[in-house]
Design a protein around this ligand. Structure first.
Ligand SMILES: C[S@@+](CC[C@H](N)C(=O)[O-])C[C@H]1O[C@@H](n2cnc3c(N)ncnc32)[C@H](O)[C@@H]1O
Length: 235
């Protein structure tokens, strides 16, 4: 359950503490869900990332939002606060214990009608979705970000934004692959492939924000078939 990357922030430790402890807590039930997750070390987005997401999504005011990686529904609920009565959040998770808790949290917050939780592997669910979405937030298994990315771009409307959490691998993302422990080499390789693909692609406007373990923010400026250039190796 522990997110070890949260213990290896890419920004100086005292600045992380300053942001994590100093930035305003969320009111009401959303704050309770965040506290519940943090007390139990359930891997939700860190507070400074949540505050940033809240700020940016509050300005974007998306109507249709897709999230990949619900956990207990903290970020989905945060997103749902900004879509309004006529908007909707669709969120995907495959872990039954998380799903159960997320459903209870959506009910507690009165978001049962505003959030749809799709249960299963995003690899199976993404090809079945229609879109278009104004905003997609991807916060699931990092080894799959690269593979899920073309689906996200397909499902995103023109001008829509994709936000991907945890792309810096605790600051090791630029290290030589030989220095990376074997068990995380695939993640390292695929995150690098993703970054190489999106950083200066002409169809995209891309930025990186060093909050938490790194947020990758991508705006779809033009339609492009990313499936056609994907390099998936077996391992
Ligand atoms: C970091 S947690 C999500 C935290 C959540 N976004 C938040 O901040 O409140 C990642 C979640 O993604 C789910 N997940 C990982 N890979 C997945 C996949 N391929 N399909 C569906 N869910 C996945 C895990 O079960 C886990 O609950």
């Amino acid at each position: 359950m522990k997110n070890e990357m949260m213990e290896r922030p890419v920004v100086q430790k005292e600045l992380v503490t300053f942001m994590r402890e100093g930035l305003k807590a969320f009111d009401g039930k959303l704050g309770e869900v965040e506290a519940y997750a943090n007390e139990r070390r359930i891997p939700i987005i860190p507070h400074e990332t949540a505050v940033f997401l809240n700020l940016i999504v509050g300005q974007l005011k998306p109507k249709q939002v897709l999230e990949i990686g619900t956990a207990i529904g903290f970020s989905a609920s945060l997103l749902a606060q900004h879509v309004g009565e006529d908007g909707h959040v669709t969120t995907i998770d495959r872990f039954d214990i998380m799903i159960e808790r997320a459903k209870a949290n959506f009910k507690k917050m009165g978001f049962e009608d505003r959030i749809t939780l799709l249960e299963g592997d995003a690899a199976d669910i993404l090809p079945t979705l229609q879109g278009p979405y104004d905003l997609i937030f991807m916060d699931s298994a990092k080894s799959k970000y690269y593979e899920f990315f073309p689906y996200c771009m397909d499902l995103l409307k023109l001008g829509g934004m994709l936000i991907i959490d945890d792309v810096f691998q605790g600051g090791t993302i630029l290290h030589d692959e030989k220095e990376i422990p074997k068990r995380v080499r695939k993640i390292h390789r695929r995150l690098n492939l993703l970054l190489d693909l999106v950083m200066d692609h002409p169809a995209l406007e891309t930025s990186l924000v060093p909050l938490g373990d790194g947020l990758l923010m991508i705006v779809k400026k033009e339609a492009f078939d990313f499936f056609s250039i994907l390099e998936i190796e077996e391992n």
